[in-house]
Design a protein around this ligand. Structure first.
Ligand code: ADP
Ligand code: MG
Length: 396
């Protein structure tokens, strides 16, 4: 349908772009868009948010507050989101007067594991065997071949939250109850060789770019390290990038999308989940690639041509969680001494400006660059050790 929202003329620098959400992904989007000359308005209910504090304007309002949305719509000809749980109604409202990428329909699929897994399976993508668990009856009747497995809430899970491992079919019922009887999926536990992700960007015209494959290591359900390029065979990496491209096409996606995948020990590549936005495993693109995932998000949003995704140098990204602010079991956080990062001239420190460090909270990241992956891994290991982040010796 023709309308103001479907005007595909590029939006030139100097104009306003809108963003829903105030977290670190939004902060890095703001910085990239501003560097292209745009002004950014952030709609976010938080008073002192990572994105709000760098935005040219912070509209301090709830996502569904009509006055806030109206202010954003009056200012910005285009709007995007930095998190998948943005209410679809907010995107739909903005789409009446502005370009919105990604579309509410894409976000709606990615924010619900049942819709996401069903969509992927129905479009021919390999996924872990799963079943929908929407009632106690369904929980009691699950296929025993799906255990041991993981019960995951369909909505609002992240960083391993909203998940319970189950060893027997009986435990599925208990997990469903413990989850508050919200709609869930039961996934069979995959025998993982490693986890990888591909960030893909797709324009209005359907042009697509992918970045090199990231190998992701998690700790307590939270991304710990991304190693790029992933230490997998070239043919598998190529397949992963093709899958990401096909997923974006199947969704008729606009914007930046992360496709998380499992590599199983028997060599299968299974799509785990989608994030309809830039992703933590793509932060390395800021320092290691010609075009970052955030710049690409701004380019798609403004209708500019896509930038080159080539990687200059091998990279290892280490997440900085709030734990780093706490020494041992001491109660009071303190600012870490960043000298141990900054003394490595090819380690790039990114801090998100969050006032309150909490254990498990993403506070920043470091991207370690080097002419060889072994060199980048060595720097990352040294930084981990110096900051007291576990797992410094696990890069074998
Ligand atoms: P989220 O990232 O939203 O917390 P994920 O579905 O990505 O949720 O699960 C978090 C992590 O848990 C994955 O990165 C992986 O390490 C592990 N995991 C999730 N599902 C499975 C599975 N079916 N088999 C094996 N490991 C899994
Ligand atoms: Mg995940």
């Amino acid at each position: 349908m023709a309308g103001p929202g479907s005007d595909d003329a590029p939006i030139p620098p100097g104009q306003w772009l809108g963003l829903l959400g105030g977290g670190q992904l939004g902060r890095m989007f703001c910085m990239a868009a501003q560097s292209l000359g745009y002004r950014v308005a952030v709609l976010d209910p938080g008073a002192d948010s990572p994105a709000g504090s760098v935005a040219d304007r912070h509209i301090h309002a709830d996502y569904l507050a009509p006055a806030g949305l109206a202010r954003l719509a009056a200012l910005a000809r285009a709007a995007t989101t930095e998190f998948e749980n943005v209410p679809a109604a907010a995107l739909e409202y903005l789409a009446r007067s502005a370009r919105v990428t990604p579309a509410a329909a894409s976000v709606a699929i990615a924010q619900d594991r049942i819709r996401e897994k069903t969509f992927l399976r129905d479009h021919g993508f390999a996924v872990v065997p799963f079943a929908v668990v929407g009632s106690e009856r369904e929980a009691a009747d699950v296929d025993p071949a799906l255990v041991p497995g993981i019960v995951k809430s369909a909505r609002l899970g992240y960083d391993g939250k909203g998940q319970a491992r189950v060893a027997t079919a009986a435990e599925v019922v208990a997990a469903f109850r413990a989850m508050g009887k919200v709609p869930c999926v039961l996934e069979k536990l995959a025998d993982l060789a490693c986890e990888v992700s591909v960030i893909v960007a797709r324009s209005d015209a359907g042009a697509t770019t992918t970045w090199p494959v990231a190998e992701n290591r998690h700790r307590e359900g939270i991304l710990d390290v991304s190693i790029v390029p992933a230490r997998v065979e070239a043919a598998l990496a190529e397949r992963a990038r093709e899958i990401a491209t096909r997923v974006a096409a199947a969704l008729d996606y606009r914007g930046v999308l992360c496709v998380e995948m499992f590599v199983t020990r028997d060599g299968a590549l299974l799509v785990n989940e989608l994030a309809p936005r830039p992703h933590n495993s793509g932060h390395y693109t800021i320092d290691a690639c010609v075009t970052s995932q955030f710049e690409q998000q701004a380019r798609v949003l403004a209708g500019l041509p896509l930038g080159d995704t080539r990687q200059h140098e091998p990279a290892v990204m280490v997440n900085l969680l709030g734990d780093v602010w706490f020494e041992g079991a001491s109660a009071a956080p303190r600012e870490p001494d960043w000298t141990c990062v900054l003394r490595h001239p090819q380690a790039k420190l990114h801090l998100y400006g969050k006032a309150e460090p909490r254990r498990g909270r993403k506070m920043g990241h470091v991207t370690c660059l080097a002419p060889t992956l072994a060199g980048a891994l060595a720097v990352a290991a040294a930084i981990k050790r110096d900051l007291g982040i576990p797992g410094a010796g696990e890069f074998g």
